[in-house]
Design a protein around this ligand. Structure first.
Ligand code: ASP
Length: 519
């Protein structure tokens, strides 16, 4: 249809202008974020009823339990197989390219004496030792172990290191007082009395170390292991209250957008409704009509997609400080970035199309062009869940996949099938091992392979969810979680690439299952 072409052109223009606008004028770019928020709200608003009604409708239109079981098995087999293939691609590349070599995880100088600059108490001069070749930036932290103080590094040379401000190394004792101008003074609370940290700073000492700080928000999950993630997938996370596959409360799952729980309930409800035979027919019809209405709303939302994408892209680039803010970060991790993107490209442009041709008997170019709006939306929003309405629309309206198949395969895919995330988790874990000089042999890489697959299944279809589930992979092979700190500054960008591949994997899945089902 002609209007689709306009939408597509609009999206492409939105991404280009968003990039340029956000890159050159970051301070203004954030002002258009409202457009992005409107789009995300619209997509999230529709996705809960879309999942529930389309799955129920999909199952009742399959007719009998045996067909549901067969399609379920095929879907899970496809999702597992492609996720594993993508992890293998990532592991091969990261072993060949070794992007972590040459990047420092820090250094230790226990014997080095230092003096603190009298005029600038955040600057440390090394007296008896010098740092290696590396210049450390804000990803690293300087620790004065003899004083129990640490600070995020602003800049470093071989004999001088400046930090932003001093704080206690002991998190428990760290606190701040606010000045009237809202700036914060680090203080320590010892035995109930408050001391301004800087005033107790000694002017000289011995022993410094530089390392990566523990990323906030991840360390409170540091205990996460393999059995933990299985439990989380099945019954939910008690800490955050997130529901798992088997929910306590489906309304809570709706409010919190815990899609696995909704899928489980909708499948049960659909099967129950089918088993009622003629008695259920009237309700089936009503649900089919509701489903049509929801799809009509999705078509309306599509008209707003280009505007929303412009807002999201410019605001995101603006938040990263424009081109001048994020390009240096990108160059610093160039090899790692290239490894992930190369792996994703091989999976997206070679492996998945091949599977589509062999098992789906489809022309991959035509199939991809049918879902381009969804792929670009995935790139812009970094969320498979928020993209689900567009993926369904593209696969059905453009690629002729039946609603019966798409409404079963795609919601499950958006929640559980994440080829891009799995590949990224494996590459990132190996990258961290290389940075820390940990030599991971075959057995450890098999563990990475298995945990990365599981971590991707457990990751929610929301921005940067993969970063959090990576803790499982790192824990399983005993790598330091601090390594995640190295990846944070460019993760927002890699997230977009991997989400696009996640959605493409789901779409190809719908094409393949459609072909198998229609045999
Ligand atoms: N953002 C990804 C998605 O929605 C998940 C991830 O962080 O890898 O598919």
């Amino acid at each position: 249809m002609a209007y689709r072409k306009f939408i597509l052109i609009g999206i492409v223009l939105a991404i280009i202008t968003g990039f340029v606008f956000g890159g050159i004028l970051p301070e203004y770019a954030e002002k258009v974020s409202l457009l992005g928020e409107i789009l995300l709200n619209l997509l999230m608003m529709i996705v809960v009823p879309l999942i529930i009604f389309s799955i129920i409708n999909g199952i009742t239109s399959l007719g009998n339990l045996r067909s549901v079981g067969r399609m379920g098995k095929r879907t899970i087999a496809y999702y597992l197989a492609t996720t594993m293939l993508s992890v293998i691609t990532g592991l091969i590349l990261v072993n060949l390219i070794r992007p972590g070599e040459g990047i420092s995880s820090g250094e230790n100088h226990p014997e080095a004496s230092y003096i603190i600059d009298a005029a600038a108490p955040q600057t440390v001069h090394l007296v008896s030792d010098r740092l290696g070749k590396e210049r450390y930036g804000s990803k690293y932290r300087l620790v004065l172990a003899d004083q129990g103080l640490q600070g995020r590094i602003v800049s470093s040379s071989s004999m001088r290191i400046s930090v932003k401000q001093w704080e206690e190394t002991d998190r428990e004792r760290r606190a701040y007082l606010s000045r009237p101008d809202r700036s914060r003074v680090p203080v320590s609370i010892i035995d109930g009395s408050v001391t301004v940290t800087e005033s107790r700073l000694k002017r000289q000492g011995t022993g410094i170390s530089i390392g990566l700080p523990a990323p906030e928000g991840i360390m409170d999950r540091q205990e996460r292991g393999l059995s933990g993630i299985l439990e989380e997938i099945l019954v939910g996370d008690k800490k955050t209250g997130r529901e798992g596959l088997i929910p306590r409360n489906i309304f809570y799952a709706m409010v919190n957008m815990d899609f696995l729980a909704l899928i489980f309930f909708a499948i049960l409800f659909g099967i129950a409704l089918s088993s009622l035979g003629d008695k259920g027919a009237a309700v089936n019809e009503i649900i089919a009509v509701i489903n049509d209405a929801i799809h009509t709303i999705v078509e309306w939302i599509m008209l707003f997609v280009p505007f929303g994408i412009f807002g999201i892209i410019s605001a995101r680039i603006g938040a990263a400080g424009g081109f001048s803010g994020f390009l240096p970060e990108l160059l610093g991790l160039g090899k790692y970035f290239a490894t992930v993107v190369m792996g994703l490209s091989i999976h997206a442009f070679l492996v998945l199309p091949l599977i589509l041709v062999l098992f789906g008997r489809r022309n991959p170019f035509r199939f991809m062009s049918g879902v381009v709006p969804a792929l670009l939306n995935a790139f812009s929003t970094a969320s498979s869940s928020a993209t689900l309405p567009l993926t369904m629309e593209g696969v059905e309206a453009e690629n002729g996949v039946s609603r019966r198949v798409s409404s079963f395969v795609l919601p499950i895919g958006a929640t559980m099938n994440m080829d891009g995330t799995a590949l990224y988790e494996a590459v990132a874990a190996m990258f961290i091992a290389q940075v820390y000089g940990v030599d991971l042999g075959g057995a450890a890489q098999v563990i990475i392979f298995l945990t990365a697959t599981l971590a991707a299944i457990g990751a929610a279809g929301i921005p940067e969810a993969g970063l959090v589930t990576m803790v499982i992979v790192l824990n399983a092979v005993g790598l330091p979680l601090e390594g995640i700190g190295l990846l944070l500054t460019i993760d927002w960008l890699l997230d977009r690439f991997r989400t696009t591949v996640n959605v493409w994997g789901d779409a190809v899945g719908a094409g393949v299952i459609e072909a198998l089902e229609s045999k």
